[in-house]
Design a protein around this ligand. Sequence first.
Ligand code: NOJ
Length: 760
Amino acid sequence: MKRLFFLSALFALVCCSSPKSDMDRYVDDLMSRMTLDQKIGQLNLHSSPGFISAERVTEEDENTKMLREGMLGGIYGGSNTAVLKRAQEIAVEAGAGIPLIFGMDVIHGHETVFPIPLAMSTSWNIDKIERAARIAASEASAAGINWVFSPMVDICRDARWGRIAEGAGEDPYLGGEIAKAFVRGYQGTDGVFDTDEVMACVKHYALYGAAEGGRDYNSVFLSRQEAMNGYMVPYREAALAGAGSYMSSFNEFEGIPATMNKWLMDDVLRKMWGFDGFIVSDATAVVEEVAHGIGDLQEVSARSLQAGLDMDMNSDGFVGTLKQSLKEGRIKEADIDRACRRILEAKYKLGLFEDPFRYLDEGRRTERVFTLENRAFARELAGECQVLLKNDGVLPLKPGTRVAVVGPLADNASAMMGTWTTSSRRDETVTVRKGLAERTQTLYAEGSWLFRDKETEESVRYGMMKVFRPDFQAPGVHEVPQAVLIAEAVAKAMLSDVVIACVGEIAEMNGEGASRSDVSIPDAQVELLRALKATGKPVVMVLFTGRPLVLVDEDRDMNAILDVMALGTEGGRAIADVLFGDVNPSAKLTNSYPRSVGQLPLYYNHKNTGRPHGEYDAYKKFVSCYIDEVNGPLYPFGYGLSYTSFDYSAPRLSSSSVAMKGSVDVTVTVTNTGSRDGDETVQLYIHDVYATSTRPVKELRAFRKVHIPAGQSADVTFTLTADDLKYYNHELEYVCEPGDFEVMTGPNSRDVQTVLLTVK
Ligand code: NOJ
């Protein structure tokens, strides 16, 4: 404790006018008193004992021993405030007395869980996404966490990749807007961390979402130019928004693992974009470089540090080998100092030197966490994250409708939570069964297994438990025969006016290590859907998923499809709000939904090729298309229906040409032609017709979500400048090239109207 007071006094002493120079002087002074071991210790991050929620800190814990020896700069994965507090006490009493930073995977909320990030992105509501991040920050910081491993901003064009669920879809521009919203929400905007704000950690840097074949951790093969114009955009935007830290990714790029990739970390992130925070590796990513075939742990640790990595998560590569590398002259002390300084600066910015316990107030949890207000917002946001993919008029349901709510996901709280929740309150999660039962007469049936194959079902459901707890005894699956489950669902359907069929993917089918080669609704559930259709009752499919699925048969057979993905704590109520029409759906897809797996990767902003082919044209020899499938998606990027309808005018320009330094207004009139008020996301795309490098056929460059009362029209105006038309040319210069641009507006990426703009 004495050391803590000494540190606080020192902090007060060195404080003077300019915050930047205060920090420099403070860190200079601190580092001048640190031993080499203590500096290396700062570069080490461990998961907390028990990982998810540590119950105690004991003298025997490996982390306790390392803390006493000053060998840890931070701990992640614990949200038990008392435990974190004890760990902090040990840290500030030991070695150089430097407080720990406490990290956590806070991905889509903390105890109040919001829709999974992919679902959140379908709201296209940047303010609400920022607010969700703010609430997550407030709840996580109340537990003592000051650093969150989010936002995950990896663009993904391949539905096979399980982690597509954790990001914002396929579009760089939308991804960038959402990345900034998360950073603002977590960190605040005034440059000072209050105790309800936390440091963001943007991940996974970089290009992780381009894993070949959608197989997790797989290699990435892209040109630098392609990367910079697409996948890199959200990382850039997060850096420009002031994100405090980044996490390196598992994949390699250009033959160099990202975790030791100097071009990515130093040349682009730091030098080109001016990022001045610290970079942590992903968990065990440093030691994994050995399997990548780069060298032994000492070699890969040295190379990672020199390439710009500052903190090693869970590999003990830095703490175990850097001293030796320094002795052997493989690295310089300045390399260690540089990384150590960046971590100390982060702690300084978080106010931890001023008060290491400022986040560790056990009383805050009751005030801030899982409040009625937070839950009400979770319901509101979830209402905006449900994409209506098809509706033959069965929705919205009329009051008093008798509903059969069936399917293996109808009463499944963990599926409603979705992937990556570490502190959620499963028991208080509202399932669809519960949400519907609160407002109408319901009959429930589980309806089916997940998969026909028992082993597949077991390994999907319990695969993670088996990895983390080798002694785990999986409960039985398939105990009730599929035929019995289906018969019960059919009987209940017959007694109801409408069937709400809750099917799709459980949370374990999404996220890390959850790639799929067949992105369709699992077979056992398809059997259920067929049996329900055969009843002749209207069937509304409520789709749980963490990725775009192939839904060709369901689009043909179901009366309505509501894509809810995984909506979090209040999901069931929010779904009932939409099904009964209290909320008019307004979400729009942020990925193209394929017609078949063979189309993957599939994305709207593709290149034209020299032999282009209409998206929905039939097969033709010697053009770029398939013999057995059209090129276009089943549902395009930006698509989503409403209970009302909108009509779009052609876009109008304030001037048909614009100077490099000028601006031009693009206006489109949108009319609500239905009988209900509705929200519509108006989208603007560009196409650079002639450029020095090939450009995508369309690129989103602006959007606005507007509320339009029934029967009324709204003029939506976007102002474009040369900045909006820029791209990285072949030399990686960020330029707007003069010439013609097509400017397109519309309700989604497919149904657009075009006007020509000349940039002079
Ligand atoms: C591995 C994951 O890739 C990353 O997203 C996560 O933040 C870390 N583990 C820590 O849990």
